[in-house]
Ligand binder design. Structure first.
Ligand code: MET
Ligand SMILES: [Zn+2]
Length: 753
């Protein structure tokens, strides 16, 4: 066991299991099919399998190369439990053990769970710590120590990983106090944890402090640095060595003041540069932790060698591998050529090991040659560059992103659609019933033929349209039963994308998504949404919305190519969507919604990078939609985030109607929009679809009153926060009935004014 840093390491590894074993264990335990012991045994078996795998792949078992994090549900929740940060509303009554953990993660009939939000600029959701001025912290749970001991029993001297205090507090919410001000109370709990780890025999601890490289509105970089430094000092005071890990972008200019307080620094060299930390040992993140492309080993080795001139260097990933699937070898169905260009988590571990060996002077020439061949092959492969797509983009006229003035569009649309004031609508999806899911699975297995599957879906469209008419909604949807996922469905119908079979990536808790791989130039060979919308429209006289996913969201929820700027890829997707919109219009569709729920998610963590991002993302949306006739009403939909920071961009989208999540924040966004002078249609959500709760009439009236106070009645729409696909029919029908009735009351109130 050495105290100098190992030659090669990773910063984290997927925790869900190669075949989503952890998901199965979690869900079985929640259903009551597995007791506590059974769950712990399954989770431990999964952790042990991962440790063994990492050793096989080339990480050393004896020198703290292997990180152990392995949360049951979420690593931020693990910190909350470890330090006893019980939410004030549950103080004194949070059950111990798994029951308490699930109460925080999932809530129950009486108690809401912790709020969930996105981890930095990723699509991973963490549970937001809930604190107040009375919060205190101590080592309340020994899971981090126990996992270290468990690994040792399995023959691995591992490196425990914990979210650092600066990041923990930066990502927390607190009542009556700025969370960062609680640092003086939190830091001693890190010292307690460190003492326990030292007593257990640990040598290194990894403190994850990505907040250091972000620009946050509510806390200054200097404050974060001071708290991160105090956390590192606390861990060191127990005799442990600290690996400070930032990831998620450029650490240069952010970590230098901590150089004397840590023993090594893990930095993202894919998106950032090396900080001026002298001869401090660096874990150089040259293997991309968040995408699925094979590393250019030659270039990486060169970068490592030049860094090695300054001081000790080991090889690492740019972030935790939490954000990529386990193993490419599981993908038997992928095109062989595409497969040769890729690396999932396990392949990235092998890349790290290969680079570490080469840096030590023992390069595996065959592996380097294979990487070289694959990278050259990818650069020249057909489809990666499609002449027709490129010519079309190059030839775009200047006005390709401009629609007619809103006033003109508005007049034409009002005449064409003839809607009542405060029109009611939904966001697109209706509950995905067990029946639909079962039919999709049987269709995928070949047990249900195309015609029979299509009939199941059509029956669902009929039911959804009839239900909406009965409820009295004004603008209808077809319900999206044919879509497994709002991005994957598009990826499956566009050229330039490939889907994986087992490429699951944790999204939150037991939930995982399977991002598609965007590998080539994107185009749309044939219309694919039109038949569904047209079928729904044939069943009703009310307008049915065409329903598309926007370019930014398609990129955000896929693995994107790394060989051209994102903005260029976004424009290609935009043109593919523009083709679909043209076909929808030709089929008589009068309203098209283009969803951009991820617009806020991709916002760069650093302020200086934001204007460029907002420019290309808004441009891509406009390119997708500007070809629509002035009489075609373009809607967009945004959710999952706090949108105050991007109101200008939302305005820039120039959609005729924007529906936006607002119920949970009690219409907070209405104020921001009013202040901005937003002058087009707006539907702040009045029904929080993330919970099975049916909103009461008073609640709906109150939310609508806030909306009508801030938004001119002529612009206001009434809708839920988001799509209904995760809900059951019972609560959906009750909630939508309430929503339509509340809209009628609000209409009457507005008419009287
Ligand atoms: C995450 S946004 C979802 C929008 C989509 N149209 C739906 O209703 O499900
Ligand atoms: Zn949504």
């Amino acid at each position: 066991m050495t105290s100098t840093f190992p030659g090669g390491t990773i910063l984290g590894y997927p925790r869900i299991g190669r075949r989503r074993e952890l998901k199965r264990a979690l869900e079985a335990h929640w259903r009551g099919a597995l007791d506590d012991d059974g769950f712990h045994a399954a989770a431990a078996a999964n952790r042990r399998a991962d440790l063994a795998r990492l050793v096989t792949l080339g990480l050393r078992a004896d020198d703290a190369s292997i990180p152990v994090e392995a949360a049951h549900y979420d690593h931020v929740l693990d910190a909350t439990l470890t330090f006893g940060a019980v939410p004030p509303r549950l103080r004194g009554r949070l059950p111990g053990g798994l029951a308490g953990e699930w109460l925080l993660a999932r809530g129950d009939a009486e108690d809401a769970p912790l709020e969930m939000t996105k981890w930095l600029d990723t699509n991973y959701h963490y549970l937001v710590p809930e604190l107040d001025a009375g919060s205190t912290f101590s080592l309340a749970d020994r899971r981090i120590v126990d996992r270290f001991l468990e690994a040792r029993e399995a023959g691995v001297h591992a490196r425990p990983v914990v979210v650092g205090p600066a990041t923990y507090l930066a990502l927390a919410k607190a009542d009556g106090v700025r969370p960062i001000e609680l640092a003086e109370r939190l830091v001693p709990a890190y010292a307690e944890l460190a003492s326990a780890l030292a007593a257990a025999g640990a040598t290194w601890v990894q403190l994850d402090e990505p907040a250091l490289v972000a620009d946050l509105d509510h806390v200054a970089t200097a404050e974060l640095q001071a708290v991160a430094r105090a956390g590192a000092d606390a861990v060191r005071s127990a005799g442990l060595r600290v690996l400070l890990h930032t990831g998620h972008g450029d650490a240069a200019g952010r970590v230098e003041p901590l150089a004397a307080d840590v023993d090594a620094l893990a930095i993202d060299l894919v998106r950032g540069t090396a900080p001026a930390t002298g001869a401090l040992p660096l874990v150089a993140g040259v293997v991309h932790g968040r995408n699925v492309w094979r590393t250019d080993l030659d270039a990486a080795l060169e970068a490592l060698r030049s860094l090695a001139e300054r001081g000790p260097v080991s090889v690492g990933t740019s972030t935790s591998l939490l954000h990529v699937p386990h193993d490419l070898d599981a993908e038997g169905g992928l095109d062989e050529r595409l497969r040769s260009w890729l690396a999932f988590a396990d392949q990235k571990v092998e890349e790290v090991a290969a680079l570490a060996a080469a840096l030590e002077g023992a390069p595996d020439e065959a592996r380097f040659a294979a990487a070289r061949t694959a990278i050259a092959d990818r650069a020249a492969a057909p489809g990666v560059r499609d002449g027709a797509v490129r010519e079309r983009l190059a030839a775009l006229p200047a006005e390709a992103r401009e629609r007619a003035p809103y006033a003109e569009r508005d007049a034409l649309q009002r005449e064409r659609l003839d809607l009542p004031p405060l029109p009611t609508t939904t966001i697109g999806s209706f509950p995905q019933t067990g029946e639909i899911r079962a039919a999709r699975a049987r269709h995928a297995r070949g047990e249900l033929d195309d015609a029979a599957y299509a009939e199941v879906l059509r029956a669902e469209v009929r039911r959804v349209v009839a239900l909406q008419e009965e409820l009295g909604l004004d603008v209808l949807v077809h319900g999206e039963p044919e879509r497994n996922d709002m991005v994957q469905y598009f990826a499956e119908h566009f050229d330039g994308f490939a889907a994986t079979e087992h490429g699951w990536v944790q999204s939150y808790g037991s939930r995982a998504t399977r991002p598609s791989i965007l590998w080539g130039d994107v185009s749309r060979p044939a219309p694919f949404t039109v038949e569904w919308i047209a079928y729904a429209q044939s069943l009703t006289d009310r307008p049915v919305k065409g329903m598309l996913t926007g370019p930014v969201t398609i990129l955000a929820w896929s693995f994107v190519r790394d060989d051209q700027p994102l903005g260029e890829t976004a424009d290609q997707v935009a043109l593919a969507l523009a083709d679909e919109i043209a076909d929808l219009e030709a089929a008589g569709v009068s309203i098209v919604q283009v969803d951009e729920p991820a617009l806020r998610e991709l916002l760069p963590l650093r302020r200086e990078a934001r204007p460029d991002y907002l420019a290309w993302s808004v441009d891509a949306f406009r390119l997708a939609t500007a070809g629509a006739a002035p009489a075609t009403q373009i809607h967009t939909h945004l959710c999952y985030s706090e949108f105050n920071a991007v109101v200008d961009a939302i305005d820039g989208l120039d959609a005729d109607v924007t529906s936006i999540e607002a119920a949970r924040s009690r219409m907070e966004v209405v104020g921001a929009l009013t202040e901005h002078g937003f002058g087009r249609g707006i539907g702040p959500g009045v029904y929080d679809i993330h919970s099975p709760r049916v909103p009461g009439a008073d609640e709906l009236d109150a939310l609508l009153a806030t909306a009508t106070d801030g938004i001119p009645a002529g612009l206001l729409w009434v809708n839920p926060d988001c799509g209904l696909k995760t809900r059951g029919y019972e609560e959906t029908v009750a909630s939508l009935r309430g929503l339509v009735e509340a809209a009628a009351r609000a209409r009457a109130a507005v008419a009287v004014r």
